[in-house]
Design a protein around this ligand. Sequence first.
Ligand SMILES: [Zn+2]
Length: 68
Amino acid sequence: MIGAELICTDESCAVTVDVAVDALEHLELLACDDCGRVTQVLAVWDVVELRPAAPVTTLRRTAPPLAA
Ligand SMILES: [Zn+2]
């Protein structure tokens, strides 16, 4: 995922919006929500998905036998 800050190219609107897309090409398809004009990319960053990389393993300590 890619995060981006877009700004409307209409000076009288100039709305900025943060979006997240799968690929950079998708940014070119985004129009301003307010006026429908073309948007310009101000900044781009990687969106890191918060997902565990591997199953979490827990160390289990064997319980000592109960003293009878
Ligand atoms: Zn606009």
